[in-house]
Design a protein around this ligand. Sequence first.
Ligand code: SF4
Length: 477
Amino acid sequence: MTVHVNSPYFKENASRALADPQLQRALANVKTGFIEKRAAVAARLPEFEDLRDAARDIKNHTLQHLDLYLEAYEEKVRASGGHVHFARTAEEARNIVLEICRAAGARTVTKGKSMIAEEIGLNSHLEAHHITPVETDLGEYIIQLRNEMPSHIIAPAVHLNATQVEQDFRRVHTNFAPERDLSEPVKLLGEARAVLRDRFLAADVGITGANFLIADTGTSVIVTNEGNGDLTQILPKTHIVLASIEKLVPTLEDVSQILRVLARSATGQELSVYTTFSTGPRRPGDLDGPENYHVVLLDGGRSAMLGTSFQDMLRCIRCGACMNHCPVYHAVGGHAYGWVYPGPMGAVLTPTLVGVDKAGHLPNASTFCGRCESVCPVRIPLPKLMRHWREREFERHLTPATVRSGLALWSFFARRPRLYRLATAAAMRGLALVSRESGRLRRLPFAAGWTKCRDFPAPQGATFQERWRRERGRKGR
Ligand code: SF4
């Protein structure tokens, strides 16, 4: 069992999101900021497209030999004095983390940003066992105060504005003067920093995710812009790295190549502010570092994706570019997807991890414009994978009856080309006739969803097939 899955209610969630003016204003920032920055920084690097190919190839190679790289990684971590724990399920991962925390006598745990921790519902599990988790990434900290899920994989609080954050800080940080000025984002940042400094010092265990795990050296790599990950993993006596198995890459050189496309694709930076490598616990003579070093590796359904049409999805390096460029994400935001991973990558990954019965309809929320694939740094064919899910949803009879009947009707005509041509020509002429005055249709039978919020432009002139035949006839002359 993973965290609560709200994906079956995508339609209802999306309708609510569309009617939320504050959310729509916040989403407008995603549409411009991320896209412009990525485009500018990519244009400045002539080898950017070659690096995307290289990143794809490195991940493909690793996935083809994942068993070997996992073994090599485990051996190196052990040799450096650390421990590796394999968890098949979210429940196993939660319990392993809990046991490590208990062994450390932990009462407070600081956390760097980790989507796997979200996936396994770690915070509520620790709280249920009287251990206080404290998120230290600013966005994660804010949504923890609000008891919300992240709405974006690299900008968890992108759905909020500064006024909402100010209200939350005033509600929770009651030991500060009520009349203090929090009108500027920098003042909010200063207050969060002041609160979190004490938490860093009090923590018994630090939990981070990992952007990469290096098989050759047993190293975990985190990429942050706030430095919170470093304080999380260096200050407490015990450091837990919580990651999924596909984070493996063979060597340091491979990581160096992928890092060149990661930050550019994510935030439009050439590199993130902090890229931190950690290998095992503190060694004699080290100035700092944890005494105990554990890595918890979650499978959570990923090994079942190997060798299937969904293996490509395991290349994902969680940059967020696909959602930054997705018109559906721009319209409804991340919470509408109802689980941990939103946008195009979520539409592919969520049905794989929580089941097609709960989330198989998410790939229907796509315009198939292909922007996600065109910006993905590891060239994941997201539209193709979404199509695979649509096929599976249809095969399992999970598609709504109206859609199935519509498709059956279409397929009846499509298999009879002459009838198809006659029917489409008649339908076009009929629609053109009923809308001859305005050229638009206010209502369409069986397609109320199209016309609920906008008019449908009436078909004009000839059908596509008629025009096609005419053009070909012209060229043949
Ligand atoms: S699917 Fe590609 S673009 Fe989307 S988060 Fe993953 S790596 Fe980034």
